[in-house]
Design a protein. Structure first.
Length: 245
């Protein structure tokens, strides 16, 4: 009896091989930057620059101090880049408030204002860096990275000036009477130069009219100005000279 050879053949069933998945890549989270500036065009330009970096992103934007303060609590940024002149508020005061509430948050000031007058004020307020907007845009990224490493960032000119003061042992050299003004007095002085009335200044800074009037008297005394007219003229010329510089 013949046996069908076909019946004796074993049927081989091929099991498809499941591809081996690549091991998960542990990507480092991006650095979250909070941008605080009252100029939408600058925020947009700087935001594009930062978002182009592989390890950075803009996590939020604000044009005034109170909004920025609230966003820090909700967004938990890694760094805040802050202008001095904000909508209805002041960047130096924001830096002070953030330092008091969020001492671990590094801040950096990016501003058009003269660094010789504002850089030391920013550092005293708690900022780790000061860079002027006229600097090459790439320097902003350098400054952000240095501040995130816990380093202080200033222009070479400003660092040289401060080191010279330290080496001489004389402390800060006042080159202009305006440098004698406190942060709040300087803020009032700037607003006077921008044409704000006493009542408008009081509203912007959340102060009483009487307090603003007292600041005006302090400023006149420190700058050796005889009356309100001289104060307004001096403030006007200073603000417009600074803007043109």
């Amino acid at each position: 009896m013949k046996t069908d050879s076909k019946q004796n053949k074993l049927k081989v069933v091929e099991t498809p091989v499941k591809p081996v998945d690549d091991p998960p890549v542990n990507r480092k989270p991006k650095i979250k930057v909070l941008l605080v500036d009252d100029h939408p065009i600058l925020r947009a330009g700087l935001g594009r620059l930062i978002n182009q970096e592989a390890d950075m992103m803009i996590c939020g934007e604000a044009e005034d101090g109170p909004t920025a303060f609230d966003l820090v609590g909700t967004l938990n940024p890694d760094i805040a880049v802050i202008d001095i002149s904000l909508k209805g508020s002041n960047g130096i005061e924001l830096v002070k408030n953030l330092k008091a509430r969020y001492p671990e948050l590094p801040t950096m000031v990016l501003s058009m204002h003269d660094e010789s007058l504002y850089a030391e004020r920013a550092l005293r307020a708690g900022s780790l860096g000061y860079i002027m907007k006229e600097e090459a845009i790439g320097q902003v990224l350098v400054a952000i990275r240095k501040v995130l490493q816990g380093e202080i960032f200033l222009s070479e000119k400003m660092k040289g000036k401060m080191l010279q003061q330290m080496a001489s042992g004389r402390g800060k050299v006042v080159s202009s009477p305006i440098e004698q003004l406190t942060d709040r007095e300087l803020e009032v002085f700037r607003l006077i130069g921008e044409g704000c009335s006493t009542r408008q200044i009081a509203g912007q800074l959340h102060l009483s009219v009487r307090t603003v009037e007292a600041y005006r008297e302090y400023i006149k005394s420190k700058l050796s100005l005889k009356n309100a007219t001289e104060l307004v003229q001096h403030a006007f010329h200073w603000v417009h000279h600074e803007a043109a510089a």
